[in-house]
Design a binder for this molecule. Structure first.
Ligand code: ATP
Ligand code: MG
Length: 566
């Protein structure tokens, strides 16, 4: 295409409200424009990249037995009532009414619609396995849309759903999808890890997330330095340490700690390490409050906590007024001694001896506290986030922690939806059974941003060849002024098109400096620069966006050079 005929509104300045590189470059290179919070228009060049990603996804899904269909964006309430999620979804699901005052939602996901399709069309085991997917717009009214298309409200997802007769058949399908996801990400050209994950409110047992590794990722992922173990930090298990029994038990003493309300200040005031200063967090349980107790240097893992029986999900911290009324002190003075509610202690906290904690009286703490002696009743559980250097839960090596961007998520759903929505089939013996389901999401638009997070430099994007909007960028310097440049550029442009090399010709009447800066920003992998000086020697300049190693190539040989570099 000719740049003069293409809408590429590049801009030099970094937009003020964009704080990660992908968002900045997508705006600056003219790939997207914001319409409202979390809603974007994809401009022609941005859309080319998205379509290239989609093409790879389609090929790999089809190779793994996926069939493409498309379901409506707007979905009726009745289906969501059947699965029980109309209530459960909360305000991330955008709801509306039609002219007859019937309730609908903007589809945040499509389990209900696909299960409805299944029950109306598939009745025999002979029609299984069945694996259906779509690439389509989703709407989630995210509490904090940010980082451009990375966490948008309207975005494109590839979502797939599988139906199998039994667990063995499902395991094969799931494994095939795991492989398909890996192939997609390899072809897109990103460094990624597949990690064990929490299943969230979609439910089901086994689940894996696919993360693109990038410092700006919102998720932390933990993996072993010696084995294959890898998990989202939401899920990564913290191994219970053995209690240190060598220490002599000290007496418990109440000490005045006026005005000291944080772990930081109490530890300093009493001159103890934060690891020996326990924090008590009060959350809502099914009927009464529940105390969660962790070491002061550890961070509560809310997902682990809310997955425990009897704890409200999503995890809800008790209001200060309720704590004061029911427990008789402020949040800064809480502790497990004589605390008359359910107490759950993190494994690491439970291994501590002679620790400090609040005395359940304002301005007072205990020192020298020991679990068995001083706390009459408590449970233990894994409540904390793992830390760099913790032992790997599979017993091999220690954990390292990196940031990742979740671009894909595959879940085992079991019969959660098929049973709730009565999607049954006849098995070989004519018995009616609920099929085993899986679901497979991949954020197409998020993946485009994730690629940029991993592949850019200070000047702009560096597209991997597989998804680049164009493979070749012809920079024709003084195109509108020099007949020699125009003729050579038009010929090379035509030759590229003749051999199906996706090519962008910068034929705009802009200064060379602007053309170079825009080319760096746009990140097209191969660049050919045509100027009068080199052309008079029958040469052009060739370089790659990634390497920048410039070389002069004879005019006659450039097409061959480009074809080989693709
Ligand atoms: P997150 O934890 O990031 O909110 P999720 O668990 O809600 O993700 P899924 O329901 O598993 O996401 O959706 C499948 C995929 O859709 C995700 O892996 C991600 O790539 C993409 N996705 C989810 N939410 C968004 C969003 N707000 N903007 C862009 N892509 C999204
Ligand atoms: Mg989400």
């Amino acid at each position: 295409m000719r740049a003069s005929r293409l809408l590429i509104p590049t801009q030099k300045e970094t937009p003020a409200d964009a704080d990660v590189p992908s968002h900045q470059f997508m705006l600056r290179a003219g790939l997207i424009r914001k319409v409202a919070s979390g809603m974007y228009t994809w401009l022609p060049v941005g859309l080319m990249v998205m379509r290239n990603v989609e093409a790879i996804i389609r090929q790999e899904m089809q190779r793994s037995g996926g069939q493409e269909l498309i379901m409506p964006v707007v979905q009726p309430r009745e289906l969501w009532e059947e699965s029980g999620r109309w209530e459960k979804m909360g305000s991330e699901m955008m709801r509306m009414q039609d002219r007859h005052e019937r309730d609908f939602c903007m589809g945040p996901t499509h389990e209900e619609v696909i299960t409805d399709l299944f029950r109306n069309t598939i009745h025999s085991y002979k029609q299984l396995p069945c694996n259906l997917y779509q690439i389509q717009t989703k709407f989630r009214d995210e509490i904090r849309p940010r980082y451009g298309v990375m966490r948008a409200r309207e975005f494109t997802m590839k979502d797939g759903y599988s139906f199998d007769l039994d667990q063995d058949a499902f395991d094969e399908t799931f494994d095939e999808m795991h492989k398909a996801y890996s192939r997609i990400l390899e072809r897109v050209g990103v460094k990624f890890r597949a990690v064990e994950a929490d299943s969230g409110n979609i439910g089901g047992a086994k689940s894996f997330e696919f993360h693109v590794l990038a410092d700006t990722g919102e998720d932390s992922i933990a993996f072993s330095d010696t084995s294959d173990y890898a998990a989202n930090i939401e899920k990564a298990e913290a191994i219970a340490p053995l209690p240190d029994e060598s220490e002599k038990l000290r007496h418990r003493e109440m000490v005045a700690t006026p005005g000291q309300k944080t772990i930081e200040s109490v530890s300093k005031f009493l001159e103890v390490d934060k690891s020996r200063s326990m924090k008590t967090l009060i959350v809502e349980g099914e009927d009464r409050l529940v105390a969660l107790i962790l070491r002061g240097d550890h961070v509560l893992n809310e997902i682990k906590a809310q997955n425990l029986p009897g704890i409200t999900s999503p995890l809800t911290f008790a209001q200060e007024a309720r704590i004061n009324a029911e427990l008789g002190c402020g949040v800064g003075s809480l502790g497990p001694v004589n605390l008359n509610i359910r107490i759950i202690v993190d494994y690491s906290a439970a291994a501590a001896a002679n620790f400090v904690c609040g005395a359940n009286e304002d301005g007072q703490h205990f020192t020298g506290v020991n679990w068995a002696r001083d706390v009459s009743q408590y449970e233990t559980a894994d409540l904390r986030n793992v830390l760099d250097g913790d032992p790997s839960p599979d017993g091999s090596g220690v954990l390292q922690i990196k940031r990742g961007i979740e671009v894909g998520h595959i879940f085992q759903l079991g019969t959660l939806y098929s049973a709730a929505m009565k999607a049954s089939i006849q098995d070989k013996d004519g018995k009616s059974i609920a099929p085993i389901m899986g679901c497979y999401g991949m954020g197409v638009t998020r993946l485009v941003a994730a690629v940029i997070e991993q592949s850019h430099d200070a000047r702009g994007i560096i597209w991997p060849m597989s998804i680049a909007p164009f493979k070749v960028h012809i920079l024709a310097l003084n195109y509108t002024k020099s007949d020699q440049v125009r003729r050579a550029a038009d010929l090379l442009y035509k030759n590229c098109q003749d051999v199906n090399l996706p090519v962008l010709l910068d034929d705009r009447p802009e200064r060379p400096g602007i053309k170079f800066a825009d080319a760096d920003l746009l990140g097209i992998p191969l660049r050919v620069t045509l100027g009068e000086r080199t052309l008079s020697d029958n040469q052009v300049e060739f370089e790659t966006r990634a390497g920048k190693d410039k070389q002069l190539v004879a005019v006659d040989a450039i097409l061959e050079t480009l074809s080989q570099a693709c």
